[in-house]
Design a binder for this molecule. Structure first.
Ligand code: ASP
Length: 342
């Protein structure tokens, strides 16, 4: 065994963390002590594998920022002793957790690969076995002793995607994730073909863990006919620090005065409003149409081509560490971990 490369596999739960009880047929959490019985092929991998299991294992629909903090701490605690990390996680909120961790782990210089499955391990046709084995190979990949993919990623089916660019778009296919505004970091077939130009370069600085997250944030998705009665309590709530506004097309919205006045007042009272498009492909451009310009004029911030999952977690992170509005706006307008293209 090549004990030069050691990978920590962390299970948070999700379908991949379940097996079917032989007698009753119900799904139950998977016991890592038996992982080599479940996947004997793991022994063929030439790396040292260590395991860490969250207690309790959760369906990722129950994920919350407190679990993100625990995950960040587990990684920080084990950072020096391992070359890479694989996180088993339910696919439903995997893109949120991967986005959040990308912000919380500043100067990450090692691979942190999230994976899961659509069918539980132990099912004959489970996608979990291949996902796990390939995720471990990617987490262990190095060139001249430097990790090949020193960033937070999602590996699913046959693609390695940047975590904060990923969205779960399919509830049934094995290929469940898409990164519409950024190319895959690797395509997996017979070979793992890394898209090296698109992978973040290590900066060799010391890992910095940020666990302060502002949780008083929200998301508002616009639709034709959205009413003042519905929106008013949201935009006048004094506790709410920031809102992701999901707009139409290239960042366009209603130009009615009640709507723009409501948002303008909220911004004047200190609320941050980040404009994210409902379209998966493309970017917000608040200068293109009158309907987008109205938002720019009152101080709504362009989210550029960020995903909604990255936008909400970026707001939590930025507002957790910065109080000054100028700093908040500067950080929202720039790429911190490769989450936007500008
Ligand atoms: N509901 C499950 C979860 O997200 C689905 C999955 O694991 O893919 O935890």
């Amino acid at each position: 065994m090549d004990t030069n490369t050691s990978i920590l596999i962390i299970s948070t739960g999700g379908t991949i963390g379940m097996i079917q009880d032989q007698s009753s047929g119900v799904l139950k959490p998977f016991n890592f002590e038996n992982i080599y019985e479940q996947i004997p092929d793991l022994k063929q991998l030439n790396h040292e594998l260590d395991f860490y299991c969250f207690e309790p294992l959760i369906d990722s629909s129950n994920m919350d920022p407190e679990v993100w903090r625990q995950l960040a701490r587990v990684i920080a605690h084990n950072y020096e002793d391992h070359d890479g990390f694989v996180v088993l996680h339910g696919s439903d909120t995997m893109a949120y957790t991967a986005s959040a961790l990308s912000f919380m782990l500043e100067n990450l210089n090692k691979p942190l690969i999230f994976t899961g499955s659509q069918l539980p391990l132990g099912f004959l046709r489970s996608d979990g076995r291949d996902n796990l084995i390939t995720a471990i190979e990617i987490a262990a990949a190095k060139v001249d002793e430097t990790p090949l993919v020193p960033e937070v990623c999602i590996y699913f089916e046959n693609q390695l995607l940047r975590g904060n660019r990923s969205v779960k778009y399919n509830a049934e296919n094995f290929n469940a994730f898409v990164s519409a505004n950024y190319p895959a970091l690797a395509d997996v077939g017979i070979y793992i073909k890394y898209n090296k130009d698109k992978i973040r370069k290590p900066n060799f600085k010391k890992l910095k863990v940020h666990t302060e997250l502002e949780e008083n944030v929200g998301i508002v998705k616009l639709f034709p006919g959205i009413s003042e009665e519905f929106l008013k309590p949201v935009f006048t709530n004094p506790k709410t620090k920031a809102i992701v506004l999901e707009t139409f097309g290239s960042g366009n919205a209603n130009t009615e005065s009640w709507f723009l006045d409501l948002l303008e007042r909220a911004i004047k009272n200190g609320m941050i409003i980040l404009n994210v498009s409902q379209c998966m492909h493309g970017s917000v451009d608040q200068g293109k149409y009158e309907t987008g310009m109205g938002l720019a004029k009152i101080g709504v911030i362009s989210g550029h081509d960020i995903t909604m999952e990255a936008a909400i977690s970026k707001l939590m992170y930025v507002l957790g560490k910065e109080e000054k509005k100028d700093n908040v706006l500067r950080l929202l307008n720039m790429s911190l971990r490769g989450e936007i293209s500008n």
